[in-house]
Write a protein that binds this ligand. Sequence first.
Ligand SMILES: [Fe+2]
Length: 188
Amino acid sequence: MVRVIIPDRTVKITNSEKAGEYLKGIGVIYERWGTRVIDPENSGSDQILESYKEEIEQLKKEGGYTTADVIDINEKTPGLEAMLEKFRAEHTHNEDEVRFTISGRGIFHIHPEGGDVVAIEVEGGDLIRVPRGTKHWFDLCEDRHIRAIRLFQDISGWTPYYTNSGKDRNYEPICLGPSYIKPGNVRK
Ligand SMILES: [Fe+2]
Protein backbone atom coordinates (compact mmCIF):
# COMPACT_ATOMS: atom_id res chain seq x y z
CA MET A 1 0.00 0.00 0.00
CA VAL A 2 1.42 3.33 -1.03
CA ARG A 3 1.87 6.17 1.46
CA VAL A 4 2.20 9.75 0.27
CA ILE A 5 3.59 12.42 2.57
CA ILE A 6 4.05 16.12 1.91
CA PRO A 7 6.54 16.91 4.69
CA ASP A 8 6.39 20.71 4.39
CA ARG A 9 2.64 20.68 4.89
CA THR A 10 2.53 17.71 7.29
CA VAL A 11 0.03 16.03 5.00
CA LYS A 12 -0.18 12.25 4.93
CA ILE A 13 -2.29 10.24 2.46
CA THR A 14 -2.54 6.53 3.20
CA ASN A 15 -5.55 5.72 1.04
CA SER A 16 -4.21 4.24 -2.22
CA GLU A 17 -6.93 5.79 -4.37
CA LYS A 18 -6.47 9.27 -2.92
CA ALA A 19 -2.69 8.92 -3.08
CA GLY A 20 -2.99 7.98 -6.75
CA GLU A 21 -5.15 11.05 -7.44
CA TYR A 22 -2.69 13.36 -5.70
CA LEU A 23 0.27 11.85 -7.55
CA LYS A 24 -1.53 12.21 -10.87
CA GLY A 25 -1.74 15.93 -10.12
CA ILE A 26 2.06 16.13 -10.05
CA GLY A 27 2.46 13.92 -13.12
CA VAL A 28 3.42 10.73 -11.31
CA ILE A 29 1.43 7.62 -12.17
CA TYR A 30 0.60 5.18 -9.39
CA GLU A 31 -1.15 1.86 -9.83
CA ARG A 32 -1.81 -0.92 -7.38
CA TRP A 33 -1.11 -4.19 -9.17
CA GLY A 34 -1.11 -6.23 -5.98
CA THR A 35 1.13 -9.11 -5.00
CA ARG A 36 0.92 -12.24 -7.08
CA VAL A 37 4.27 -13.98 -6.76
CA ILE A 38 3.92 -16.72 -4.16
CA ASP A 39 7.54 -16.57 -3.01
CA PRO A 40 8.73 -13.07 -3.96
CA GLU A 41 12.02 -13.44 -2.11
CA ASN A 42 13.20 -16.61 -3.80
CA SER A 43 11.48 -16.69 -7.18
CA GLY A 44 13.75 -16.20 -10.18
CA SER A 45 13.60 -13.03 -12.26
CA ASP A 46 12.05 -14.89 -15.21
CA GLN A 47 9.31 -16.28 -13.00
CA ILE A 48 8.54 -12.82 -11.65
CA LEU A 49 8.45 -11.22 -15.11
CA GLU A 50 6.19 -14.05 -16.27
CA SER A 51 3.79 -13.48 -13.35
CA TYR A 52 3.22 -9.87 -14.43
CA LYS A 53 3.53 -10.49 -18.16
CA GLU A 54 0.17 -8.93 -19.08
CA GLU A 55 0.72 -5.75 -17.06
CA ILE A 56 4.26 -5.39 -18.40
CA GLU A 57 3.11 -5.77 -22.00
CA GLN A 58 0.35 -3.19 -21.44
CA LEU A 59 2.81 -0.78 -19.86
CA LYS A 60 5.29 -1.24 -22.71
CA LYS A 61 2.56 -0.25 -25.17
CA GLU A 62 1.48 2.75 -23.09
CA GLY A 63 4.89 4.16 -22.31
CA GLY A 64 7.05 2.91 -25.18
CA TYR A 65 9.14 0.80 -22.82
CA THR A 66 11.23 -1.83 -24.56
CA THR A 67 12.86 -3.83 -21.78
CA ALA A 68 11.99 -5.09 -18.30
CA ASP A 69 14.23 -6.60 -15.65
CA VAL A 70 14.24 -7.37 -11.93
CA ILE A 71 16.52 -5.52 -9.53
CA ASP A 72 17.43 -6.70 -6.03
CA ILE A 73 18.91 -4.31 -3.51
CA ASN A 74 19.68 -5.52 -0.02
CA GLU A 75 22.42 -5.73 2.60
CA LYS A 76 24.30 -8.24 0.44
CA THR A 77 24.44 -5.94 -2.60
CA PRO A 78 28.10 -5.14 -3.30
CA GLY A 79 28.81 -1.43 -2.86
CA LEU A 80 25.36 -0.83 -1.34
CA GLU A 81 26.29 2.38 0.49
CA ALA A 82 27.93 3.93 -2.59
CA MET A 83 24.90 2.97 -4.67
CA LEU A 84 22.50 4.52 -2.17
CA GLU A 85 24.55 7.72 -2.03
CA LYS A 86 23.89 8.11 -5.77
CA PHE A 87 20.20 7.30 -5.45
CA ARG A 88 19.81 9.77 -2.56
CA ALA A 89 21.01 12.81 -4.50
CA GLU A 90 18.40 14.82 -6.41
CA HIS A 91 18.54 13.97 -10.11
CA THR A 92 16.58 13.62 -13.34
CA HIS A 93 16.66 11.14 -16.22
CA ASN A 94 15.95 11.46 -19.91
CA GLU A 95 13.45 8.68 -19.54
CA ASP A 96 10.73 7.60 -17.13
CA GLU A 97 11.67 5.83 -13.91
CA VAL A 98 9.28 2.88 -13.75
CA ARG A 99 9.33 0.60 -10.75
CA PHE A 100 6.99 -2.16 -9.68
CA THR A 101 7.87 -3.34 -6.19
CA ILE A 102 7.75 -7.10 -5.69
CA SER A 103 8.86 -7.12 -2.07
CA GLY A 104 10.56 -4.87 0.44
CA ARG A 105 10.02 -1.12 0.55
CA GLY A 106 11.50 2.12 -0.63
CA ILE A 107 10.85 5.83 -0.55
CA PHE A 108 10.87 8.16 -3.53
CA HIS A 109 11.00 11.90 -3.06
CA ILE A 110 9.57 13.91 -5.94
CA HIS A 111 10.38 17.59 -6.31
CA PRO A 112 7.85 19.05 -8.72
CA GLU A 113 8.77 22.33 -10.43
CA GLY A 114 7.59 25.10 -8.10
CA GLY A 115 5.70 22.64 -5.89
CA ASP A 116 6.02 20.89 -2.56
CA VAL A 117 8.38 17.94 -2.21
CA VAL A 118 6.38 14.71 -2.00
CA ALA A 119 7.57 11.50 -0.34
CA ILE A 120 6.14 8.28 -1.76
CA GLU A 121 6.65 5.10 0.20
CA VAL A 122 6.12 1.99 -1.89
CA GLU A 123 5.88 -1.68 -0.98
CA GLY A 124 5.07 -5.00 -2.67
CA GLY A 125 2.31 -4.58 -5.26
CA ASP A 126 2.89 -0.86 -5.97
CA LEU A 127 3.73 0.49 -9.43
CA ILE A 128 5.15 3.97 -9.80
CA ARG A 129 6.05 5.86 -12.97
CA VAL A 130 8.10 9.02 -12.53
CA PRO A 131 8.12 10.91 -15.83
CA ARG A 132 11.35 11.84 -17.54
CA GLY A 133 12.80 15.15 -16.45
CA THR A 134 11.19 15.02 -12.98
CA LYS A 135 13.53 15.91 -10.13
CA HIS A 136 13.59 13.03 -7.65
CA TRP A 137 15.69 10.89 -5.32
CA PHE A 138 15.28 7.47 -3.73
CA ASP A 139 16.20 5.65 -0.56
CA LEU A 140 15.54 2.33 1.06
CA CYS A 141 13.58 2.03 4.28
CA GLU A 142 15.31 0.93 7.47
CA ASP A 143 15.10 -2.74 6.52
CA ARG A 144 17.26 -1.90 3.47
CA HIS A 145 15.64 -4.29 1.08
CA ILE A 146 13.73 -3.95 -2.16
CA ARG A 147 13.03 -6.20 -5.11
CA ALA A 148 11.44 -4.54 -8.10
CA ILE A 149 10.66 -4.82 -11.80
CA ARG A 150 12.13 -1.96 -13.84
CA LEU A 151 11.01 -0.92 -17.29
CA PHE A 152 13.10 1.11 -19.70
CA GLN A 153 12.45 2.99 -22.89
CA ASP A 154 16.16 2.86 -23.66
CA ILE A 155 18.44 1.49 -20.98
CA SER A 156 21.20 3.91 -22.02
CA GLY A 157 18.86 6.85 -21.30
CA TRP A 158 18.69 6.04 -17.64
CA THR A 159 21.71 8.12 -16.74
CA PRO A 160 21.20 10.30 -13.66
CA TYR A 161 21.70 14.03 -14.12
CA TYR A 162 22.40 15.49 -10.71
CA THR A 163 20.93 18.87 -9.84
CA ASN A 164 23.35 19.45 -6.91
CA SER A 165 20.57 21.52 -5.33
CA GLY A 166 21.13 20.03 -1.86
CA LYS A 167 17.33 19.85 -1.56
CA ASP A 168 17.55 16.11 -0.82
CA ARG A 169 19.39 16.84 2.43
CA ASN A 170 16.35 18.59 3.89
CA TYR A 171 14.18 15.48 3.96
CA GLU A 172 14.60 12.43 6.16
CA PRO A 173 13.63 9.17 4.43
CA ILE A 174 11.10 8.17 7.04
CA CYS A 175 9.08 5.10 6.15
CA LEU A 176 5.86 4.52 8.02
CA GLY A 177 4.91 1.04 6.96
CA PRO A 178 5.63 -2.14 8.88
CA SER A 179 9.22 -3.29 8.66
CA TYR A 180 9.95 -6.27 6.52
CA ILE A 181 10.30 -9.25 8.83
CA LYS A 182 12.33 -12.14 7.54
CA PRO A 183 10.64 -15.52 8.13
CA GLY A 184 11.60 -16.74 11.58
CA ASN A 185 12.56 -13.30 12.82
CA VAL A 186 10.53 -11.74 15.57
CA ARG A 187 9.70 -8.06 15.52
CA LYS A 188 11.41 -6.30 18.41
FE1 LIG B 1 16.25 8.07 -10.57
